[in-house]
Write a protein that binds this ligand. Structure first.
Ligand SMILES: [Zn+2]
Ligand SMILES: [Zn+2]
Length: 242
């Protein structure tokens, strides 16, 4: 048997840690399950998206089939090709993402990123050559101390052994908060917000964001990537706002 000694000891260490500190539900404090910091009841109560537009992940009515797109994507398709999103941005999904972003709780990114990785595994998603977390403007990064999209992307990158690209694209404009802006204002707000600073050779890239609202941010990134020669851009997010 050709076992890697580093991963062996990491595995032992992880088992030891979860014995000494069993996972606790971040929402109610009960014992976690499947080695996650959430209990089975809270997990089941999360606003999981059961059926969604394959291109933009907008939740659709159930039983609409596998390959459906929403009206918006049929009429005026976005630049990106496919999307996967776990939750409707409501109820406890809002709490979890809020905790992750504003309370510097990296435990939340482990939980949410872990759930994203397992959902992708279940759906046998076509995997990209690299994962590109949506970059933060450097001042925002300094304020927050971390980029939540990078932290959310890590578990999937590790699970599928896909490199994280954290250097090819930077955010060059400190776009004002998208909150309170309508669709048109958001599009204008985000225009020319990113710049490619390192060539990208991958043909299939996945952009990871915490919440996708109007899709203007991920669409802008996809436009930039495709202009630089990327053929396919998918979007993975934790929650989809409607
Ligand atoms: Zn719970
Ligand atoms: Zn759609």
């Amino acid at each position: 048997m050709n076992m890697d000694i580093t991963s062996l000891s990491t595995g032992l260490l992880q088992r030891l840690i979860s014995t000494v500190y069993p996972p606790r539900c971040v929402l109610c404090g009960s014992t976690g399950f499947n080695d996650m910091d959430i209990c089975e009841v809270c997990y089941a109560d999360l606003p999981w998206i059961e059926s969604a537009c394959t291109q933009c992940a907008l939740p659709l009515a159930k039983h609409s089939g596998d390959q459906l797109k929403c009206g918006q994507c049929l009429q005026k398709p976005p630049v990106f090709d496919r999307s996967v999103s776990l939750f409707s941005y409501e109820k406890e999904a809002v709490t979890l993402i809020h905790q992750l972003k504003f309370n510097e709780k990296l435990a939340y990114s482990r939980l949410l990123g872990g759930m994203l990785a397992s959902a992708l595994d279940k759906n046998a998603a076509e995997l990209p050559e690299c994962i590109l977390p949506v970059p933060l403007y450097k001042k925002r990064l300094k304020q927050r101390g971390f980029n939540q999209s990078i932290e959310l992307a890590r578990p999937a990158a590790k699970a599928f052994n896909i490199p994280l690209d954290m250097q090819s694209v930077i955010r060059v404009r400190n776009t004002q908060s998208q909150t309170g802006l309508d669709r048109k204002q958001r599009r204008k707000n985000i225009r020319a917000a990113f710049e490619i600073v390192d060539p990208i050779s991958a043909q299939h890239v996945v952009v990871v964001d915490d919440v996708v609202t109007t899709t203007s941010t991920v669409n802008e990134l996809a436009r930039l990537l495709k202009r630089a020669g990327v053929r396919r851009v998918d979007v993975w997010s934790i929650a989809r706002a409607v």
